[in-house]
Ligand binder design. Sequence first.
Ligand code: ACM
Ligand code: ZN
Length: 736
Amino acid sequence: MKHPITLYKKRLTILLVTLCALSWSWAGEIDLIPKPLRIEQSEGHFRLTSKATIGYDTALQEQAEYQQQLLGQSTGWDLALKPEARKATIRLELKPGEVGHPEGYRLEVTPKGVTVTGEDQGGVFYGIQTLLQLFPAEVYSDRRQHDIEWTAPAVTIYDAPNRPWRGMMLDVARYFYHKEFVKKYIDMMAMYKLNKLQLHLIDDSGWRLEIKKYPRLTDVGAWAGHDARRLGGYYTQEDIKELIAYARVRNVEIIPEIEFPAHILSAIVAYPWLSCTGLQHEVPLQHFISKDLLCVGKESSIQFLSDILDETVALFPSAYINIGGDEAVYTRWESCPHCQAVVKREGLKDASELQGYLTNVVAEMMKKKGRTVVGWEEILLRGEVKTPVVGVFWHNVADTIEATRTGHKAILTPATHMYFDFPESQTPGEVKAATWMPPISVEKCYGMEINDYSPQSTVLGVQGCFWSDQFIHGTTLQEIDCLDENRSENYAEYLTFPRLLALSEVAWAPQAARNYRDFAQRLSHHFARLDFKDCHYRVPEPHIEKMATTPDGKLEFTLSPTVDRSLIRYTTDGSYPTTHSPIYTGPVTVADKSDFKAITVVTDTHYSLPIYFAPDYSAYKSYGEFTTEWKPLVVQTQKAPWRFECTGKIAGNGHYAISFIPTKGANPLRLGSLKLYKRDELLAEVAQPSTTDGQATTYRFTVDTFEAGTPFFVEVEAYGEGGNDTSGLVFILKEQ
Ligand code: ACM
Ligand code: ZN
């Protein structure tokens, strides 16, 4: 990443070239994200000078120091702190009851000074965040910025969150992020008023939390591979204390996720007696969901949980302890005499209800310590749970109706809208990311509905999830040469931003206040702020304002910028635009849609993918989802295996039909036997197609061991008869 000042200069130069041609506004606007409840704008501006002072009520010292330090970095001024709010230039006041809503605030900016009145420390912190968004974007730089007018428009803002839980989950287990990155993530969350960080500390591929009583968890379970190629890491208890203190100032509560009974292979590698079989395994180097569970039938397992949760509770002040609980398959429990003895003793229906049993045991354990258990939705859907807990719903948010019937609460993180490990687009060249659901654009994320599915309004709020299984231990990214140091961190930022800003508004503002076009307009002004934060966000493509057919049958594109202080560059011959392609200044006419490509250029090294028009496969709808295509180049003339990926098209257990449809060419494609693989595991082998309907050749198979996040492949025997002049399309249909 270049020095932000260098970037900014470069961008200014580009800007000056085109300012006359493009009429987007970029200064002095109120473009707050998340949108506050009420804004009253008045005359004039507040101007920050080196003489300004920050006064604060005694309980607000941390918030005052935070503000002093942040303003100090970018302005270069050492603003004086006054441990009394009255008479200072910027006054931070704590007035419980005055705003009338937890985390609420009133911000008054006048030409004379600024007053932030908070309901609590969180409210004051958010008042400060809103004030920062009123200053020029440079305020976010951690280096001194010269020649900036540090002004903020005069306003009065009343604001409070719509719901108390505005979260992000960061998967530090599949990829170990250094604590400095976690701090940066917290900082960015706080900038957008998110207040809960669920740290996914444990998974099959790594145990990331130091537990003094069980040192092998981190000596062994935190590492994959061997010797010089060993990958992984963990947070010491001191690291965790540092993160908690850092987060507290920023009104972020860190909730540890201690995952069990599944996704715990790393602990089983360290202590094989934790599993039903007691077999020795290795920490995997690739994404893998182990079938080994914590053996719930052994007293030693419950003691283990009690011990690690004791240390966890002592370390984390959060009112919540997350116990994971997702994606357990119960085959090990079904064949384990210890587990079956519990099924019998407790009168359970089957092994799956052992999960509900275990949730009850742990929820009671935590209740005695004054903590509430949180976990993925599965903790509530596998047998009755008596102690009130909180479910994090990632599949069907309507399941909250059933789960909250008995007094439990819910957090919504539907994978369809809030999983930031999915790509934003299907544009060729998009980063490798999760595929078991369609891409999630910013607009889709922003459009997430928050219905109170349960009658008693038990939805605490919304959470985004960032899973790291796409670059577990950095493996995927090691394939990408052009990425430099900290590549996984850059990749995590690329996938998280700007969608985190959409999440921010979904979680903070009432649903009725949301309007995507208005949000997109405000968002366009936030990328410069993200630049000054050194954030490697995904640059959005230009927006197509209009696509009109001209009288002579051509297409005329009118574009608008999606990033303030950027350029649009384009081509009209179908080639990929570069940072030297012509600059867009007005409508462009082309003969065909596919001739037109345009990108957003923020800097020479930070630009978007081109606007992309996905091919129209609606004529083939009855064959399912487009999966791949064949062209002469990949066709052999002798029978040979053709292997292609179909991850994402295999979406859950069920019956599938895969169809091969020729579209062009003189030579027919002949097909033999077909195999379906889950990574390297053969799941199905079909000797013959089951139907040929004149258009398509179709094979049918069944999947009963689906795992989300694991790649699937088809291998089919194929050849072009008499030559390779053949092209066609492949579709997969999930029949039930
Ligand atoms: C999950 O995505 N397995 C909660
Ligand atoms: Zn067992």
